[in-house]
Design a protein around this ligand. Structure first.
Ligand code: ADE
Length: 352
């Protein structure tokens, strides 16, 4: 049987109808706004992590208008912990563009969708096909891997040529599908649950008998392992500073770059060496003797190794210096990375 014909799409669509996970954005009919939020959240992030954040987010911002008119800080706060915070800012801008240019109605055609901030070919294809049943393909890492295995294509998964090839294959399949959105979601679901990178569960695969890699016994080798991303090391010194009322001193990071726009304990960073207590004191307006080294930890992301040294400050009258003191119970209203949450909450139990 040649992969790519209708028997493949029929098998995938009927498998999805019976095996789709029950996820909070999979309402029938699909709600365009909830789908938009979920697709932004799912970019580079696993379903299990999105599940924790999705419902509180759409409860707080129940409509696209509510999201568009919210303050960016609040959007970042509701996104806290999901990482890749640029997506939150783009989603916010996207909601504003839908309200401004489309009277609050998410457009259904791929061109208008792709013109929205933060909406690339993948997200536009997901909304157009899953919500509006348009025949458009979508390709992400899961889809590329499945197509490579079905065709026994061993090329490196992230090569431009492989990605172009995958889009062409996915387009052909979407054109064969009874419901292209169901087919697209089926491929992503199969990739997330059965045709996974490792520990592949071919015995449960609905298209095993149409998979050339399964025939050839090469599923484990496809795609070939990616060369490891080179991680850059960054050295950070952070200070937990409280005023007399116990409120914590925080600062906002610049909008672009790592953890852009998020709040943090006052932090000095350097790409070559650990900042000294003298330097941290100079940043805060106190002396090194006012700072006590408390603990160190390493935070690892795909591209960075961040080595934190954590200080407490014995001064309770430091000027804010463009920063602000925030009562601890209000910390959750700010966008704060997981690493900085750990810092800001770490000294709760330490007496100064
Ligand atoms: N990953 C991204 N979008 C998805 C979706 N709609 N279903 C399953 N996994 C996804």
């Amino acid at each position: 049987m040649t992969p790519g014909d209708q028997s493949l799409t029929v098998a995938l669509e009927s498998w999805f109808a019976n095996h789709a996970r029950d996820l909070p954005w999979r309402t029938e009919p699909r709600d365009p706004y909830r789908s938009l939020v979920s697709e932004f959240m799912l970019q580079q992030t696993q379903v299990s992590r999105v599940l924790e954040k999705f419902t509180p987010f759409v409860e707080r911002f129940a409509t696209i208008e509510a999201l568009a008119s919210a303050a960016e800080d609040e959007v970042l706060a509701m996104w806290s912990g999901l990482g890749y915070y640029r997506r939150a800012r783009m989603l916010h801008k996207c909601a504003q563009a839908v309200v401004e240019h489309h009277a609050g109605v998410i457009p259904s055609d791929i061109k208008s969708l792709q013109a929205l901030p933060g909406v690339g070919r993948y997200t536009a294809g997901a909304i157009a096909s899953i919500v509006f049943r348009q025949s458009t393909p979508i390709v992400d890492g899961n889809v590329t891997r499945i197509l490579q295995r079905i065709h026994n294509n061993p090329s490196p998964q992230t090569d431009k040529a492989t990605i172009q090839w995958a889009w062409a294959q996915a387009e052909q399949l979407a054109d064969c599908a009874h419901n292209p959105g169901v087919l697209n979601e089926a491929m992503m679901e199969l990739g997330a649950t059965i045709c996974t990178p490792k520990n592949i569960r071919c015995d449960q695969c609905p298209v095993r008998n149409q998979c050339l890699a399964f025939d050839a016994g090469t599923t484990e080798q496809i795609p070939p392992p990616k060369p490891k991303a080179k991680q850059k090391t960054i050295y950070c010194a952070s200070a937990v500073v409280r005023n007399k009322a116990g409120a914590l001193l925080v600062e906002q990071r610049p909008p672009e770059g790592m953890w852009g726009g998020l709040f943090q304990a006052p932090t000095l960073e350097d790409s070559s060496r650990q900042p000294t207590p003298e330097e941290l004191g100079a940043l805060l307006g106190c002396g090194p003797a006012d700072l006590r080294e408390r603990e160190s930890f390493t935070h690892i992301t795909t591209h960075r190794i961040v080595q934190f040294v954590l200080y407490s400050c014995i001064q309770t009258e430091l000027p804010a210096n463009g920063r602000r003191y925030i009562p601890e119970p209000e910390l959750h209203t700010l966008g704060i990375s997981n690493a900085q949450k750990r810092i800001l909450h770490s000294l709760d139990t330490i007496t100064q």
